[in-house]
Design a protein around this ligand. Structure first.
Ligand SMILES: [Zn+2]
Length: 326
């Protein structure tokens, strides 16, 4: 085994630097594909970012029986749980109060190696390349899980707000789950793509009142809000059908403003959904293979991490940027 490995560290806020690190513990994964994600401000530095990671198991720790060296595995936002807090004792692992998150609470995937709890890993199906699988581990999982848990039934009307990194996957999942699917974004630039991804309808949110446009389509049983824009979410509340539900997965800094009467009259629901655990990733990957769902990706090298990150922050990613390494 090599004594050092290359990693990209956040050395100070906004600064990504390629470094050579000593191998202090036995590595679990040679990361071979990583996508770029937004960082939280409360991280202790230096920290290696990245929470959509695919690699091969290099070595396993004592007591690990279900993972073998050489297997191709992935990890997303869920990096392990304590197993003892109240949510864990109720089986709600993603809401563990001591949740481990790659790239946030421990070093993530912008590196040639990382160390992960075996319980957080999922085997990658042979049908998926590593670069294709990586964005499904968080962006795919987030939208797949939110849609399958939102209570809509086949034929129900489901709207997806945002046609970006999450939205372009959400549209495919919604269509393949059997929902009448509407995509909503600003302008007409993404209309053709949204329809190509499987949307039955497209609403340009700038062309008029988007909630009125949704009501003209019968109202939405579910609105999956992927766009990082609280104002755009607010503008759609009025498009929910009776007993409709807005599920928020995008995390914008601005608030959602809602009149209590919008919820009470019509029994409407506003809720959030946070990714899922390793078994949910397994389901996401299996469904993606079954239904031919793939992310739209562009691959770049580890050395390009800083410029890749900057492009994502400039909203130039179409739609997931994946870092690859030998
Ligand atoms: Zn816990």
């Amino acid at each position: 085994m090599t004594q050092t490995y290359r990693a990209v560290e956040v050395t100070s806020p906004g600064q990504l630097e390629l470094v050579e690190r000593p191998l202090r513990e036995r590595g679990v994964c040679h990361s071979d594909a990583v996508t770029v994600n937004v960082l939280l401000p409360s991280i202790s530095l230096p920290r290696v970012p990245g929470h959509e990671v695919v690699g091969r198991v290099d070595a396993v720790g004592p007591g690990v029986r279900d993972m073998r060296p050489g297997e191709r595995v992935g990890v997303g936002w869920f990096g392990g749980n304590d197993g003892t807090c109240e949510p864990c004792r109720r089986g709600d692992f993603i809401n563990c109060v001591n949740l481990k998150v790659p790239g946030i609470t421990f070093d993530g995937g912008y590196a040639e190696m990382m160390i992960v709890d075996a319980s957080a890993l999922t085997l990658i199906p042979a049908e998926l390349s590593s670069a294709e699988a990586a964005p499904l581990l968080d962006a795919g999982l987030t939208t797949f899980n939110a849609l399958r848990n939102a209570g809509a039934r086949p034929g129900d009307h489901v709207a997806v707000l945002g046609v970006g990194g999450l939205g372009h996957l959400a549209i495919q999942y919604a269509r393949k789950m059997g929902f009448r699917t509407t995509a909503i974004a600003r302008g007409r630039g993404k209309e053709a793509l949204a329809l190509q991804l499987g949307a039955h309808h497209y609403i340009d949110s700038e062309a008029g009142d988007p909630s009125q446009a949704l009501r003209q389509l019968g109202g939405a049983s579910v609105i999956l809000a992927t766009a990082a824009n609280g104002q755009a979410m607010t503008a759609l509340i009025g498009g929910l059908a009776v007993r409709g539900r807005m599920v928020v997965v995008g995390v914008p800094p601005d608030p959602i403003t809602i009149a209590p009467s919008q919820l009470v009259f019509g029994h409407r629901v506003l809720e959030g959904s946070l990714t899922g655990s390793a078994i949910d990733i397994q389901d996401t990957l299996a469904f993606s293979v079954l239904q031919g769902i793939r992310p739209m990706i562009e691959t770049l090298s580890l050395e390009q991490a800083a410029e890749t990150y900057a492009r994502m922050m400039r909203n130039e990613a179409r739609f997931r940027l994946v870092l690859t390494m030998e």
